[in-house]
Design a protein around this ligand. Structure first.
Ligand code: SF4
Ligand code: SF4
Length: 448
C-alpha cells in the first residue's frame, strides 16, 4: 500500500512503524474472510482491510479521528485472526494498538462512555476493587433483566446496554482468594526448575483454582513456583483501551520486579495461565523499544514469558489416567492461537494425558470476550458467543477447555457444559483433583 507520510511525520518512531506496516499490505482482502466482525456485519469498514484504510487516513492526515472511524475501530476485537490469515505479514496488532492510543488522545467520547471506560480501566486491574465491584454487580444482577436489549446488533450500544452486559458477567458467588503474592512453592522431589507464575488480576478473583492447579502440577513435577511480590496487572486491559501511559507504567513495574526475582533466585520462565496477558507481556519488548532504560530488560522479560502449555510440552508429565474417557472441546483462545501462535501444545498435552480432544468448527473465530469487548460491544459479543457455543455443541463434549479466563467466562455464560482451564485438566490427569464443575465462571445462566 502506498503511503504519503511527510519526512517530519516519519521522524516519529510510531509513524515510521505504522508506515512499515501499511506498506506491507497489498489490499488482497484475504483477511476479510476470517475477521469476525466482517463475517457478522458484512461491512468492509468492519474488516481488517477497511480498518487499515481508516487508520492510514487518520495517521497520514494527522487529524482527530471522526466518530465513524472510532466506531469501526472500537468494533475490532483485536482477536488478530487477520494476522494469521494475512499472506504479507501485516502486523495489524501494532497498527490498531497505535490507532487506539490516537483515539484515546484526540477523540472526545460522550461523557457516559468516558466515565464507563474510566471505571473499567481503574477497577479491572486492581483485584481488591474488582472483587468489590463483582459483589456489587452480583447484587445488581436482578436489575439487568429489566434493562432493554436492542434488536440491531450493529447499533452503537447505549450505556444501559453496556451496564446490562457488565452485570450479566458477574458470577453468582466468588471463591476465597488464592495464595498471597510473595509465596514460594517448593518443588516436590528433585528440583528441575524455577518459574514465576503471573498472578493476573481478574483471574485471581474469579478463578484462583486455575493458578492453584498450575502450582500443584508444576511442583509435583519438580518445578519451584514463585508468586512475585509487587507484581501488577500486566497492562493488557488499559493497553487495549488505548491508555498507554497506564499500560507502560505497569509493564515497567513488572519488568523491575521480575528482573529482580530473576537476579536473586533465578527464573527459567515467567509462566502465564491467561493467554490475553501472555500476548501483551511477550510484546513488552516492542512496547518499550524506545525506552532507553527499559528496552533491554523488556526484551529479556518478553523472551522469558511463556504460556503454561508452551512450557509444559518441554517437561515429561506423569499421567495417572484417573479420569477415564472424557471428551474435551478445545476452545483455542484468539490470544493464544493468533496472538502467540500456540495451536498444538494445549491439544497435544491433553491428548497425551488421556483426554479425547475435539477441534471446534470455525475455531479461528473469536468467542466475543476480548478483554472488555463483551461489555463495550455486548451485541456483537453475544452473537459471537452464541455462534461459538453452537459450534462447540456439534462435537458433543463432556467439558470445554480454554486457556484464557475471559473466554471461559464468556462461553460459560451461554452453555451448561462445564468450562475449565486446560491446566485444571492436566493437573487432574497427573494426580490432582477433578476440576470443580460447579462454581464461578464454570456454569452460569446467561442474561444477555
Ligand atoms: S483483529 Fe479481529 S476483529 Fe479486528 S480486524 Fe483483525 S480479524 Fe477483524
Ligand atoms: S490479508 Fe494482509 S495484505 Fe491482504 S488486505 Fe489483509 S492485511 Fe492487507
Amino acid at each position: 500500500m502506498k503511503t504519503e507520510f511527510s519526512l517530519a511525520q516519519l521522524a516519529n518512531p510510531d509513524i515510521a512503524e505504522a508506515d512499515k506496516i501499511l506498506r506491507a499490505c497489498v489490499h488482497c482482502g484475504f483477511c476479510t474472510a476470517t475477521c469476525p466482525t466482517y463475517v457478522l456485519l458484512g461491512d468492509e469498514l468492519d474488516s481488517p482491510r477497511g480498518r487499515i484504510y481508516l487508520i492510514k487516513e487518520m495517521l497520514e492526515k494527522d487529524r482527530p479521528p471522526t466518530a465513524d472511524v472510532v466506531k469501526h475501530i472500537d468494533r475490532c476485537l483485536s482477536c488478530l485472526a487477520c494476522m494469521t490469515t494475512c499472506p504479507s505479514g501485516v502486523n495489524y496488532m501494532h497498527l490498531v494498538d497505535q490507532a487506539r492510543v490516537r483515539i484515546e488522545r484526540d477523540y472526545s467520547r460522550p461523557l457516559p462512555e468516558r466515565a464507563l471506560r474510566a471505571v473499567l480501566a481503574f477497577v479491572l486491574p486492581r483485584p481488591g476493587l474488582f472483587r468489590a465491584g463483582m459483589i456489587m454487580a452480583r447484587l445488581g444482577r436482578p436489575l439487568a433483566a429489566l434493562l432493554p436489549t436492542p434488536k440491531n446488533a450493529s447499533a452503537t450500544p447505549t450505556l444501559l446496554r453496556r451496564i446490562k452486559a457488565m452485570l450479566a458477567l458477574a458470577p453468582g458467588s466468588l471463591p476465597a482468594p488464592g495464595p498471597a503474592a510473595g509465596s514460594v512453592f517448593p518443588a516436590v522431589g528433585d528440583k528441575r526448575g524455577r518459574v514465576a507464575l503471573l498472578q493476573g488480576c481478574a483471574q485471581q478473583v474469579l478463578a484462583p483454582r486455575i493458578n492453584q492447579a498450575a502450582i500443584n502440577l508444576l511442583t509435583r513435577h519438580g518445578i519451584e513456583v514463585v508468586l512475585v511480590k509487587d507484581e501488577q496487572c500486566c497492562g493488557a486491559l488499559t493497553h487495549h483501551l488505548g491508555q498507554d501511559g497506564d499500560a507502560l507504567a505497569r509493564a515497567r513495574a513488572n519488568i523491575a520486579v521480575w528482573q529482580s526475582e530473576a537476579e536473586q533466585g533465578g527464573l527459567d520462565a515467567i509462566l502465564v495461565t491467561a493467554s490475553g496477558c501472555g500476548t501483551v507481556i511477550k510484546d513488552y519488548g516492542f512496547m518499550l523499544r524506545e525506552d532507553r532504560e527499559f528496552a533491554g530488560p523488556a526484551a529479556r522479560i518478553s523472551a522469558l514469558a511463556k504460556d503454561i502449555t508452551e512450557y509444559l510440552v518441554g517437561i515429561d508429565l506423569h499421567p495417572s489416567s484417573q479420569q477415564g474417557d472424557v471428551t474435551i472441546a478445545y476452545h483455542s483462545a484468539c490470544s493464544l492461537q493468533h496472538g502467540q501462535k500456540i495451536t498444538h501444545a494445549p491439544k497435544e498435552l491433553l491428548s497425551k494425558n488421556g483426554f479425547v480432544v475435539k477441534d471446534v468448527p470455525e475455531s479461528h473465530l473469536c468467542c466475543g470476550s476480548a478483554g472488555t469487548y463483551n461489555i463495550l460491544q455486548p451485541d456483537i459479543a453475544s452473537r459471537l458467543r452464541d455462534r461459538k457455543i453452537a459450534n462447540i455443541a456439534t462435537v458433543k463434549p463432556d467439558m470445554i477447555a480454554a486457556g484464557n479466563i475471559g473466554c471461559m467466562v464468556q462461553i460459560a455464560g451461554g452453555t451448561s457444559v462445564p468450562v475449565v482451564h486446560t491446566i485444571e485438566l492436566l493437573d487432574w490427569a497427573t494426580g490432582g483433583p477433578k476440576p470443580e464443575l460447579k462454581g464461578p465462571g464454570l456454569t452460569r445462566p446467561a442474561l444477555n
